[in-house]
Design a protein around this ligand. Structure first.
Ligand SMILES: [Zn+2]
Length: 102
């Protein structure tokens, strides 16, 4: 199987970055849009893996590529925020009197 390691790193770091940006939608559509923009800005790193193989170096690669990947994800979030696929906020959220979701 042909596999792009950069994809693993982007998906791994996406949640970290989204946690620091609560204003950004994190639905599946927007997450994939952000990842696509980020991946188009990053050089792919292809490897050949056998089916089901977990590439154990992902954590090392995350550390190595972190700065570039986080920058690309931030650009992806800007693109998605400016060209949302759906209305924002997507659904009214019920919030209790104390501001905390029940
Ligand atoms: Zn969304």
């Amino acid at each position: 199987m042909l596999h792009n390691l950069m994809e693993d790193v982007v998906i791994n770091l996406l949640d970290d970055v989204l946690q620091r940006h609560p204003e950004v939608c994190r639905c599946e559509q927007c997450r994939l849009d952000i990842a696509a923009v980020a991946l188009n800005r990053l050089a792919p790193r292809y490897v050949v893996t056998s089916k089901g193989e977990v590439y154990s170096r992902t954590n090392v690669l995350i550390q190595q590529w972190k700065v570039d990947v986080i920058t690309a994800i931030a650009q992806g979030m800007m693109v998605v925020a400016q060209n949302p696929r759906h209305s924002w906020p997507p659904e009214p959220v019920l919030v209790g009197d104390n501001g905390i979701k029940p």
